[in-house]
Each structure stands twice: as structure tokens, then as C-alpha cells.
Design a protein around this ligand. Sequence first.
Ligand code: FAD
Length: 460
Amino acid sequence: MKGLVWLRRDLRLHDQTALSFATKECHEVELVFIFDKEILGKLKDKTDKRVSFIYECLKEIDEKVGIHVLYGDPNIEIPKLFKKIKADKLFFNRDYEPSALKRDATVMKSISKVASYKDSVFFEPHEVLKNDGKPYTVFTPFKKKWLERFNNLGKNVSDFKVKKSKIKRPTQKFNEKIFKKIGFTYNPAIFKGGESFAKSELKKFEKKIDRYDECRDFPSVDGTSNLSVYIRHGCLSIRELINFSLKDSNKGRDIWLSELIWREFYQMILAQFPKTIKNCFKEKYERIDWRGGSKEFRAWREGKTGFPIVDAAMRCLNETGTMPNRLRMVTASFLCKTLLVDYKKGEKYFAEKLLDFDLAANNGGWQWSSSTGCDSQPYFRIFNPYTQSEKFDGDGIFIKQWCPELRGFSSKKIHSPADADMIEQSEASCRIGVDYPYPVVDYKRKREEAMKMYKEGIST
Ligand SMILES: Cc1cc2nc3c(=O)[nH]c(=O)nc-3n(C[C@H](O)[C@H](O)[C@H](O)COP(=O)(O)OP(=O)(O)OC[C@H]3O[C@@H](n4cnc5c(N)ncnc54)[C@H](O)[C@@H]3O)c2cc1C
């Protein structure tokens, strides 16, 4: 039997479920990846680094075993290739995003023999449910059930081995000419794509994981795994990451495993409640009259709000496509609850910029921060950008990295440079209003306004 394996968010050759089953069942297997015309068409920036990241992942696979890399509509290209190479069975790993489910259902109609597998999550969205069969909407009991199920399996995490010798290299070569075809330019990201780079990033994290609980919230300390972009594209398997977290037992590892469970929680929420893509999870929050204008939204996007921690985080995002989790929460909360701008605008902006953009995690993060989501923080809990800054970037190291014009300020004044008098500004060689903006809004006043805006919205 000949198999065709369709890669999507599983760009690796190790511990890969669909590929493992295909190489076990078939005498010969070919691999394919489709640059989806519709998805690429929606990307405004034709130098989008995520496309280059995917290219690098595919390049490594191509060098090792060979892969067909096509451009077009998967509903047309997959059946066409299936026929052309005279395959008997199509294999792929399941993707739970609503648009992917729709696409896969259509492809499956045109091919008689298809097998799909669980791979990108440890438990699928229907596998961790409440006792009454309903989905969880609160994280803590979800996590409890997740761990209960996991422990009942005897913490048995399989490794789906791949027989690479069964993979046939296509005659057509894959190279950078693909960029011309898809209308993009090669523009490498700070993380290089591919499973070998993912593995070396994981190795670096080995030295940090035991202190993850203490370090993860401090943006100037490299205390997290930096694996999200690799996890997003499946350069590492979720099973190996779970195993990795269990190699020892301590708080750092427990909390890191919790983050992987948050990821599955949001995947489950998106699959069980697909309306959250467009709407607030909590329906009545849909009535909030967001009154922040385009001036505030522009200042936020450009990192020119006059709130240093927010500006540093946004400039970091704009330049690198990454932002530490603590600052994602701070900037998201700031947009909705200080600038009073609709979270959907911020969510869309993050979706355009984040290298690790993942619909479920991004939507979950934004709905949590804006208090519109399931299990989100209450609307009256508003992150104070000044105290967050003092607490998590006390010496202003992260601020100084991304807002160099503020480097001359003391650790005390760097969090709120508009409070510096003329002498301090002159000593710091930074004039507020000239070299760095005044705060775009008055924080205290906006805090009151936000409370009113939420209260009125949800009680109408
Ligand atoms: C507003 C907002 C938007 C976000 N958008 C995304 C996104 O588009 N893609 C994305 O992967 N994460 C997103 N997150 C979650 C989190 O910020 C990133 O996963 C994390 O910063 C990535 O860095 P890391 O790999 O070093 O993570 P680590 O702290 O090392 O965590 C390990 C892994 O766990 C997962 N993870 C961690 N935290 C979360 C979380 N809160 N929700 C879901 N998964 C999590 C990620 O896969 C991450 O790589 C968002 C959070 C917020 C508040």
C-alpha cells in the first residue's frame, strides 16, 4: 500500500502520529505540504516572517527525506496529488480550528481511504469533559480532570516512531523559488524554523525549567521556554514536552506543565464554542460601548502611549514578533481597560504580528484580559501599568532595551517619566513631549471610565 501524508501543523519527522502509522502500514510513503492560497492571501505583509519560518521547517524535512511543497487550494491539490502518485490512503493529524475542520471534511469527501490522528494535543477537545458530558468553562477543574485522566493512563506518554526509510523523495526539487510562486519574500524570524532548532531551544530550556515559577514573569530574565512558535508548527511533539516536564518533580516543572494544559484548555474552548472566534464568550459583554478612538489605538500599536512598559512591549512585538506572556496581559488589559478600545482590534493586531500566533491561545488570552471570556479575570480587575512595571521590570532593563530614549532616567522615574521635573529630564537627555510622549490618557480617570463602561454595557 502506498500512503500520502499531509503535513500541516506537525512539521517534524519524529514522534509524529500520522507519519508513524503511515510508515508502519504502507510499503511506501510520500509527504506533502500545501501553502494554502486562501490563508496566504489574507496576510497583508508579503514579507511575513511566519511564511519564512514554515519554509525553513519544510526545507529541513526536504533535506532529510523529501516532500512535495505545493501552492493552491488543498481541496484541489490533495486529491490531484493523491491520484498522480497513485496513493491508496491519505494520512493526516487532526486540526481543531473550525476552518480546518471544514477544509478537512471537504478533502475527505473526495478521497475514499483516509485516516486522521490525534497529535497536536494530548487530550482532544471532547476527551476532558465534566461528569455530565458538558465541556468545562473554568480552567482549574479542567486541569484537575486532565491530570486525573493522565494519571489514570499511568502517565504513559507514547512515542510514535517514524520509519524514515519508507519515505520516498519526490523527483521535483523544493527550493526558494517557492517564494516567487506564493508571492512572498524570504524574511527570517529571530527563531529559525525546523525540528533541529526546536530541539536545541528545548535543550536550553532544560537549564531554566526548574526556576520557571520564579522567573517567568520578568521580561528582562529569559526564564521561559521560547518554544511557542515551535509548538504552534509542531516542530516538537506535545508528548515529548509533557515527558520533558515530568523528568523531575518541582514547582517550576508543575507550573510549566500547567501552561501546556492552558493551551489544551483554549483549544477545547475554541472547538466546543466556535462562536468565540467572532463574539465574546460571555454574551452580555457584546453590548459594551468601547469608546477608545483611533488615536489611542495607533499610539498603542506604535508603542507611543507614554506608558513605558506598554511601549517597550509593543515595540518588542513589532520588531521581533514576540512578547513575554506577562506583557501580553499588561498590553491587552491596557488597550481594553485604559484606552477603552475593543479587544477584537487588539486580538487582530496580535494575530498579524505574533510569530506564535495561534487562534485558540490568542483568542483565549484576549478574552481573558478583556474579561469577556470564560474564566477570565473580573472586569473590575484592571492591571495598573505603573505597578506592573515597577514589580516586573523594577530597574527598567526591558524598558531601556526597547525605549532607548528613556535610558537616562533613574529606576524610580523610568516607569513614569512624565513625573520627572525639568532638571531630571535634562539630566536624562530626554524631554517629555519631544523625545518621548506624554501619557496619551490619564490613567486614573480612564480607570474610572472603564469601570463605568463595563458596568453599563453588561447591565443593559
Ligand atoms: C493577549 C494574549 C495573547 C496570546 N496569544 C498567544 C498566541 O497567539 N499563541 C500562543 O502560543 N500563545 C499565546 N498567548 C499565551 C502566552 O503568552 C504564550 O504562549 C507565551 O508567552 C509563549 O512563550 P513561551 O513559549 O516562552 O511560553 P512558556 O511560558 O514557556 O510556556 C510553554 C508553552 O505553553 C503554552 N502556553 C503558555 N501560556 C499559555 C497560555 N496562556 N495560553 C495558551 N497556551 C499557553 C505555549 O505553547 C507555550 O509555548 C497569549 C497570551 C495573551 C495574554
